[in-house]
Write a protein that binds this ligand. Sequence first.
Ligand code: GLN
Ligand code: ZN
Length: 767
Amino acid sequence: MKTTLLGYPRIGNKRELKKACEAFWSDKIDETTLLKTANDIKTQNWLQQQALGIDLIPSNDFSFYDQILDACLTFGCIPKRYKTIDSNNFLELYFAMARGLQKDNIDVTAMEMTKWFDTNYHYIVPEFEKNQSFTFFSKKIIEEYKEALKLGIKTKPVLIGPVTFLLLGKEKESGFNRLDLLDNLLPVYFEILSELTRLDAEYIQFDEPCLALNLSEKERQDITSTYNQIHHKFPDLKIYLANYFDCYGENLETVLQLPVDTLHLDLVRCPLQLDDILESKNFNPNTKLALGLVDGRNIWKNNFEASLKIIEKASKKVSFENLWISASCSLLHTPYDLDLEINLQPEIKQWLAFAKQKLEEITTLKNLASPENESYLSLFEENKLANINRQRSKLIHNENVKERIANLKESDSLRKNAFSVRQTKQKNALNLPLYPTTTIGSFPQTKEVRSWRLKYKKGLLSQEAYDFLIAKEIEDSIRFQEEIGLDVLVHGEFERNDMVEYFGEKLNGFAFSDFGWVQSYGSRCVKPPILFGDVSRDKPMTVKWSEYAQSLTDIPVKGMLTGPVTILQWSFVRNDQPRATTCNQIALAIRDEVIDLENKGLKVIQIDEPAIREGLPLRKEDWNEYLNWAVKAFRISASGVQDDTQIHTHMCYSEFNDIISNIADMDADVITIETSRSEMELLDAFVNFKYPNEIGPGVYDIHSPRVPSLEEIEQLLLKAKNVLPKAHIWVNPDCGLKTRDWPETKSALKNLVKAAKKLRAQELTLV
Ligand code: GLN
Ligand code: ZN
C-alpha cells in the first residue's frame, strides 16, 4: 500500500504567490523575483509532502493563475486576439489571457472564466475554433518534472485529460463540436508523453473529472479511444486516471475497461462506488485503486475508524500492493496548515485538519492499515476521541434554533402577493426611471480601507475612530453616486472583509481561521468560515451602516446581504447534519435581518446568491433535491417583507440555462447577473424562458481593470433591449467593485450612467 496525492495548494503558506503576482502586475517586482517566489513554493510543497510520507508526489499542479489556462498554453490553444502580444514574452501573454491587457497600442479582453465543477474555484474557459490546430507550446509540465527531479523527487506529472479539456471549453464559431478536435489534440499529448518517458517518468496523472458528469455514449467512446491510443503508444507508462467530486456513475463500466494502471476514487463524495467496482465483472483486480478517503473539499478531521473499514473492504478484493491511500481530490481546495492557527478555540481546532494535516492523515491511515504498525495505535485513539468530542460538544447544539427549524411553515417562504402586484407597488414607492442604474454593492477596497480594518482588529484603532473613517468613506461614495446620477445607491461595503466572512463573524455557529486561505480565481483567495454548529443571530448585523447611508440621501439605498445558500456554499460546512438543515438555519437569521432593514427604512434590499449555481450536484438526477431546498431557503430569507419593499438578488459566473425555472422560483423582484464577458450570451436563458421579473444584465466586466467605453456599454444594452421587455431592464456592472481601483471605477460607472441616459433619451424621441 502506498500514498499519493492529486495536487497540493499553490498559493503559499501565507499567500506569497498572490502577493508576488499582484506586485508583478503593478510593476513593483520583476519577473525574476516572481519566478523565485514560485520556485520556493513548489520546492516547499514537494519537500513537505516527501517529509510527511507521500510516496508518489504530483508535479505540474502548480500554477501562476489557473491550471486550465496553463493547459491552453501547453497545447498552444491561444485565441487569435492575443496574436498582437509578443509570444516570447510568455508571462505577458499568459496574464493577458487571464486578465486582459491595455498597454501601448494593445487592447485585448481577458478570456472567460467560470466555476470549476461545484467548487468556488474559477478556471479560464478554453476557446476553440473549427479545425483548430494545437502545438506543444508551453513546456511547463516538463520543466516542473525536471525541477522536482533535481530535488531527488520523481513525481507524477498532472495533466488535464483530453476529453475533459475539450469539454471544459467553448466553440467560438458554429459548425463543429469541440470533441471533433480530439484527433488534432492527441498528437500534442503524445509529444508530451514522449518527452516525459525520455526523462524516465513512470507515472502520468490524467484528470478527467468530466467522468463525474452525465456523459453521452459518444463522449464515453471518446474516453475509451483516447486511453487506448495513449496506452498503445506508451505501453510502459503508468496512467493514473483521476475523477473526483462525484461517482463515476454510469461511466463506470467504460472506465473499468480502460488500460490504466490506477483508478482514483472520490470516496468522500461517493463511498458506495467502491462496492460497485469490487462487484463489477469488468473490474480487473490488477488495476490499482486509489482510495480518496481524506476529504479534499473540507477541513474536518478524518474518521479513521470509518476509513479503515473501507480500506479493509477494498483489501478483500485488491491486494495491498495495488491500493493507494489518498485525498478525495486535489488539496487545492483546502487551506495549508492548521498549525499556523493559534487563535482558534482549542476544542474546535481538535476537530480539524488542513492540507498539511491531511498529508499526515493519509500516511497514518496507510500505517494503521498495515498490521505490523502497532505504534500508530495511539494516533487512532486520539482521532476517535476527537470525533466523539465533536459529536457531543455543547458548542454545536442550540435547542432554540432546532425548534425554529421544526416549526417552519409553507407560508414562511411566500411573499404576500405575486410579482405583478408587487411591481406596481414598488414603482410607486421608488419612482425610478426607465433603465434604472445601480451597482452590485461593494466599492473599491483601497489599501487605506483595508488598513483601517486591520488596525481596528489589532486594537490599534478605537471603535470611534474606525467608525468615523468608515462613515466618511460611505458619505464620499454616496456623494459620488449622486453626482454621477445612479438611481439606486449602495453604501459600498467598506466595513466588510468578505461577503461571507462578514456575516459569519456576526452569527453564532461559525469559527474563523487566520490563514485558512483557498484560491478562488487567479490571485484572489477566500478564507471560508468554519460553520461548525447551529446558526443564530443575536442582533442586527448590517443595519447600522445601511441606515446611515440612507440617512445621507433621498435616493434609495440598497441594503446588502449575503444569501443563505452562498453563506453555506462558501463556508467549510459541518458534515454532521444535512446541508439543507444548515441552510435553513442561516435563512432564518438573514430573514430577521431583512425585516430589520425594512423597519429602518431601506426600501430596496439585495440578497446576494452568487453561489446558487455552483452548489448544483454534478449529476442531473440529484439536481431537484438540491434546488428544492436551496430555492426555498432563499425564499425564507426574502419573504418576511411588505410588497413594496424591493428584493434584489445577484449571481455571477453562472450558466443559467438548466436552472432558469428555479431561478425564477426564487421570486426576487430584480436579479442582476454577470453577462458582459460572454457578450450577453448568458442572458439567453432568461430570454428564452421569458423570465418574469426584472433583470440587470451586467454591462461592465469588473474582473478586468479595463474601462469599458460608452459605446461598448451601449452595444451591450442594445442587445439586452432587443430581447427583454424595456420595463424590466436594469443597468449595472457584472459584480461588486471591491477589487477595482477608484479611478477606473469612476470612469466606468460614468460611462455606464451615460449609456443608460442615452437609451432613455432615445425612448423619449421615439414617443
Ligand atoms: N454584494 C457583493 C459585492 O458587491 C457581491 C459579490 C459577489 O457577487 N461575489 O461585492
Ligand atoms: Zn457577483
